[in-house]
Write a protein that binds this ligand. Structure first.
Ligand SMILES: [Zn+2]
Length: 108
């Protein structure tokens, strides 16, 4: 696989920081729900849940729910967030994602 093909798979360092910041903002000091560890690590790519068409009783390959995750490095439990809400685009990568600014968030 060429470097160019890898571009779509790997989150950038800035995106990994977004995942970690989002997680820290919402999970904070809470520990892993399985083992109680605080050793979390963001995963380096976007993953998807497949959408199920409940009328036609099959998976829709044209619809996915992209999410980014952090994993407990002690037991492997994974916690995921919707990629769009975290600010990680999954198409039109050259376009900045539109993310609502949090009015309560301060920069310092
Ligand atoms: Zn754990």
């Amino acid at each position: 696989m060429s470097d160019n093909e890898d571009l779509g798979l790997q989150l950038t360092k800035a995106e990994l920081k977004k995942v970690a910041r989002h997680f820290n903002n919402h999970i904070g000091e809470r520990t892993c729900h399985i083992c109680g560890s605080k050793h979390w690590q963001p995963l380096g790519s976007v993953h998807t849940s497949v959408v199920f068409d409940r009328v036609n009783n099959h998976h829709r390959q044209d619809r996915v729910i992209p999410h980014v995750s952090v994993a407990c490095m002690n037991c492997g439990a994974i916690t995921s967030f919707l990629a769009g809400i975290v600010g990680i685009p999954h198409r039109d990568l050259e376009i900045e994602p539109v993310v609502a600014e949090d009015a309560n968030e301060s920069d310092g």
